[in-house]
Write a protein that binds this ligand. Structure first.
Ligand code: COA
Length: 259
């Protein structure tokens, strides 16, 4: 599944996608978006993929933003179309039924911070730096950053970061709840894999139900409580739920099949 701008490795159910433009600090250009969408098709359709890690190539950056060199000369309508494309791609990540985790290995700025925030949660290396520096360019975030930053760290701190372009380090990101763990750069992927190995051992349809229901908190068109009731009911119609209950009663480890 390797593409021009992405390296992808599937190992034991975990697909690691590495954004691979290290000479441009993995900036998101049109090709990266096109490749990311192809990867998202593959994630949806390939049953061997149970969960996903997104990270950046090289030691310096996760993703240092949208590719600024593609911004010159865009008119208002073209800029809106660019933002829509970015938002749609990141919404696909957020709404993926399979867990997607960002392993943030350096700068996660602008579109890079937005990409990380669209993942279900984040693990950061201690050299990670997060920020929305768009105001330095006379811009605002366009790939969901104004919304997800408020959702993840609260309005007051998000407003400050958005308006000041101030960058925060991994430890501050953890204090703010933007990342779940801070690791050394060397152990970042291994640490992230360990979390996903645990998640991959659970019932996949139940995991998908958790993602869908938790995402509904931030979707005004959905009643999250009603959706939770529906997903809870759906779980009762799965083989995995029968297996989970039987295994508990028989004091053995459940073997889930995703059915
Ligand atoms: N878009 C396009 N190219 C980018 C980029 C971006 N968002 N971020 C970095 N690059 C390119 C640089 O232009 C440079 O390319 P060059 O070697 O051909 O000149 C290369 O990546 C290395 O970056 P450089 O700036 O030399 O590294 P640095 O260590 O001095 O600084 C940053 C690192 C992240 C602080 C700096 O690159 C930066 O501020 N990037 C832009 C961040 C940003 O504003 N993102 C939001 C975009 S909306």
């Amino acid at each position: 599944m390797n593409a021009q701008t992405l390296l992808a490795i599937l190992d034991n159910g975990i697909l690691t996608i590495m954004i691979n433009r290290p000479e441009k600090l993995n900036a998101l250009n049109k090709d990266v978006f096109s490749d990311l969408n192809k990867a998202l098709d593959e994630i949806e359709n390939n049953p061997e993929i149970k969960s996903v890690i997104i990270t950046g190539a090289g030691s310096k950056a996760f993703v240092a933003g949208a590719d600024i060199s593609e911004f010159g000369g865009l008119n208002r309508e073209e800029a809106m179309a660019l933002a829509k494309k970015g938002q749609d791609t990141f919404a696909r990540i957020e709404n993926s039924s399979k867990p997607v985790v960002a392993a943030v290995n350096g700068f996660a700025l602008g579109g890079g911070c937005e990409l990380a925030m669209s993942c279900h949660f984040r693990v950061a290396a201690e050299n990670a730096k997060f920020g929305q520096p768009e105001v330095n360019l006379g811009l605002i975030p366009g790939y969901g950053g104004t919304q997800r930053l408020v959702q993840l760290i609260g309005k007051g701190k998000a407003m400050e970061l958005l308006m000041s372009a101030h960058m925060i380090d991994a430890n501050e990101a953890k204090q703010l709840g933007l990342v779940n763990y801070v690791t050394t750069p060397e152990t970042l992927l291994e640490h992230t894999r360990k979390i996903l190995e645990i998640i991959n051992s659970k019932a996949p349809l139940a995991v998908a139900g958790c993602i869908k229901s938790a995402n509904a908190v931030f979707n005004e068109t959905k009643d999250g409580y009603a959706l939770e009731i529906e997903e809870f009911g759906n779980a009762f119609a799965t083989e995995d739920m029968k297996e989970g209950i039987a295994a508990f009663l028989e004091k053995r480890k459940a073997v889930f099949t995703g059915k």
